[in-house]
Design a protein around this ligand. Structure first.
Ligand SMILES: [Zn+2]
Length: 237
């Protein structure tokens, strides 16, 4: 389906709860350079809004990136991290690191999340890749074969690239937003999308924004992301 602003919207599958998973592709692009994913954790809806702002600010004619604004609609509509089956999708990928046991969802001691209110244990699903969202994401990544994947999260305020990620691009993103680059987020994330990408030598960046109001997040993070998504437009200016 063609939409305004040069983007094409396509349903790539359904969530466990039956909600559509939608990817936006630049209408005129035969090949895709990158894939930006947001909202894989439903309790991080600010990432979805940042992805949406990129779709609004960038014309599809100016980019060769695809954007999946909401990888976990079940969690977003419920305001929780997991999908409708209670699975943390970012622990469900069939990576070598996948574990059947529950794992920490974020580094213990992260001050912005209080254990009294929220669990710090994540269900990885019944088996690696058991969830429809995980299957759809893998199929999308394999179909697009992007040179770089960016996975938006909050609130750790850092950039964590896989070894295959281009260092110059990583540094440009970090500099644009004033973020630190860390090889990992501080605790194991078995079954994470990032681990799955690392296993396959795929360049991916876990991009964690901070807890902040949306205008502040847009001001800090959108310029660098927009520059990455529109290299031709930037170069011609
Ligand atoms: Zn997250």
């Amino acid at each position: 389906m063609q939409i305004a602003n040069g983007w094409t919207q396509q349903e790539i599958g359904r969530s466990r709860g039956g909600l559509p998973l939608e990817v936006y592709r630049p209408a005129g692009a035969d090949t895709i350079d990158g894939l930006l994913i947001a909202g894989i954790h439903g309790e991080e809806p600010e990432t979805l809004l940042l992805a949406r702002r990129l779709l609004e600010r960038i014309d599809g004619a100016d980019t060769r990136w695809a954007i999946l604004p909401c990888a976990n609609p079940d969690g977003v509509v419920r305001g929780v991290r997991q999908n409708a089956a209670g699975v943390d999708l970012n622990r469900n990928f069939p990576s070598t690191s996948w574990q059947p046991d529950h794992s920490f969802t974020y580094p213990p001691g992260t001050p912005v999340r209080k254990r009294e209110y929220r669990t710090n244990r994540s269900s990885p699903g019944e088996s690696p890749g058991s969830e429809p969202e995980t299957k759809a994401l893998i199929a999308l990544m394999e179909a697009l074969n992007p040179a770089l994947i960016i996975d938006l999260h909050s609130p750790l305020e850092l950039i964590a690239p896989t070894p295959a990620a281009n260092r110059e691009i990583v540094q440009q993103l970090a500099t644009a937003a004033g973020l630190t680059v860390q090889p990992d987020i501080g605790s194991p994330t078995p079954g994470a999308l990032r681990d799955w990408c690392s296993d396959r030598g795929i360049a991916a960046i876990t991009y964690e924004v901070e807890h902040a109001p949306l205008p502040a997040l847009c001001e800090r993070h959108l310029p660098g992301l927009a520059m990455l998504l529109t290299p031709f437009r930037s170069a011609s200016r």
